[in-house]
Design a protein around this ligand. Structure first.
Ligand code: GBH
Length: 451
């Protein structure tokens, strides 16, 4: 029988961290300020037809200039933590070489401002804005980018190592590989399956090298990686559907190397990620010692959960749950419980878990501040998180995506994920109803029942 939420509020542990997240390219704007170099998303967004409405990363939500106001907004909501990402092209404008100090100073001010407000920083090092010069020599399809990444990571550990932050190395290596390298829809848009699988390995290698560098640096806090996981279910009544292969492609290709030090043997090959990749060519990329590096012990495993997929008898993805206004998102709150309990069951040595993204877009491009669908979505998902904790899952934190309406990649400014509405003409911020609901949840440390 299906689980039903209790009629009383569900209480979280006292130390539970309620947060909200953004990423640099999606909110900052000011893409040429203070010595910032171009990223692959600047290049990609400049091409007509790539981004809905022709939006670019400038001004996005103008957060680079409005950061102080945004910190006050976080205070007003009572956020216990804020997850943001560092724009690598602000730190090293060409992706290697000397530090661009004004770029570092921006994040220093941000972290100090968080500290003054008692808000814990969670810092993602790579949320898709690769310095363009590194793409010009192959990007994540080449091994050297992993080495460049660890140099950059080391700069940030030295600069902000006293912040006692939760660090995330790479945001969604699956999305970068499969959409950025495997399709034309995200930067760099190369649409090449061998580059796609190379990007998987080189991102994971960069992750592992950065974890090692973190330990050597003596930085305070902890480190992990942010993986978008997708529970897959057989579609149809009593159908025997081949979900194993889809689970390998969507989940185990990332979880197994990071947590177990092995690649699954059923993730790459015919139909992997809907394209044909050569498993032998992939194996040739994996050098002695790489899997030891990739499986360096972590302090947290960060899960990004948006929904589920159904798998039909032929192994194809089909719709089994209500869709949001994002056509890829099938909403099923129980999937969060399933993914969290599955990690605890299948990866017993996994570190504590945090949810670093979960959310839903407004139902229309114009957006709304009376976003009752978002409130009900968040309520149902927080209930499943509380249920997982009650059932023994060591879940420490939960970040809503996103704090602000922002630049939603190929959707530009036409898909609004914020707790806070942004008027992109005036940059005025207005908390939506969901933000006020979340403020009350945080204050109570508990999620109330519906109604
Ligand atoms: C997250 O990805 C991102 O980390 C975040 O930056 C983003 O704003 C947020 O979700 C909302 O989208 O182009 O049809 O192939 C979520 C996982 C994986 C969802 C890639 C969109 C592309 C679908 N994403 N997927 S498609």
């Amino acid at each position: 029988t299906a689980w039903a939420p209790p009629a009383q509020p569900m209480t979280f542990p006292a130390a539970f961290v309620f947060g909200a997240a953004t990423s640099a390219f999606q909110v900052e704007g000011s893409t040429t300020a203070d010595g910032r170099g171009p990223s692959i998303w600047d290049t990609f967004a400049a091409v007509p037809g790539h981004i809905a409405g022709g939006a670019t990363g400038d001004p996005a939500a103008d957060h680079y200039r409005r950061w102080e106001q945004d910190l006050d907004l976080m205070s007003d909501l009572g956020l216990r933590s804020y997850r943001f990402s560092v724009a690598w092209p602000r730190i090293q404008p060409t992706g290697s070489g000397p530090v661009n100090q004004p770029g570092v100073d921006f994040y220093r001010r941000l972290v100090e401002g968080l500290g003054e407000r008692g808000i814990a920083p969670a810092i993602t090092l790579y949320h898709w804005d690769l310095p363009q010069p590194l793409q010009d020599v192959g990007g994540w399809a080449v091994r050297d980018t992993a080495e460049r990444f660890v140099d950059y990571a080391g700069i940030m550990f030295d600069a902000l190592g006293d912040a006692d932050a939760t660090w995330l190395t790479i945001n969604e290596p699956k999305t970068t590989a499969s959409v950025g390298y495997g399709t034309p829809y995200h930067a760099p848009g190369v649409a090449d399956v061998q580059q796609q699988v190379a990007a998987v390995h080189h991102q994971l290698l960069g992750h592992g090298l950065a974890v090692r560098r973190f330990r050597e640096s003596g930085a305070l806090g902890g480190i992990g990686i942010a993986l978008n996981l997708l529970p897959v279910y057989p579609a149809g009544m009593g159908a025997e559907a081949p979900t194993t292969r889809a689970d390998a492609v969507e989940n185990r290709l990332y979880l197994d190397p990071v947590l177990l030090g092995t690649y699954p043997d059923d993730a790459i090959g015919e139909k992997a990620g809907q394209v044909h990749a050569d498993p032998a060519a992939f194996q040739a990329l994996v050098q002695a010692g790489d899997l030891d590096t990739i499986s360096e012990p972590l302090d947290v495993l960060a899960v990004q959960y948006y929904g589920v997929a159904g798998i039909d008898r032929t192994g194809n993805v089909v719709t089994i749950a209500p869709q949001s206004d994002a056509e890829w998102q099938q909403v099923r709150p129980e999937g969060l419980y399933d993914v969290l309990t599955r990690l605890t069951r299948d990866y017993p040595d996994a570190p504590p878990l945090v949810v670093t993204e979960n959310g839903i877009p407004d139902p229309t491009a114009a957006g709304t501040t009376q976003d009752d669908e978002r409130t009900e979505f968040l309520r149902a998902h927080f209930q499943q998180a509380a249920r997982a904790i009650q059932d023994g899952v060591d879940l420490r934190a939960y970040y809503v995506w996103s704090l602000l309406d922002n630049f939603e990649w190929a959707e530009g400014l036409t898909q609004r994920w914020g707790l806070v509405h942004v008027d992109f003409d005036t940059q005025e911020r207005t908390p939506k109803a969901s933000a006020l609901w979340y403020r009350d949840v945080i204050a109570a440390g508990a999620v109330p029942p519906a109604g």
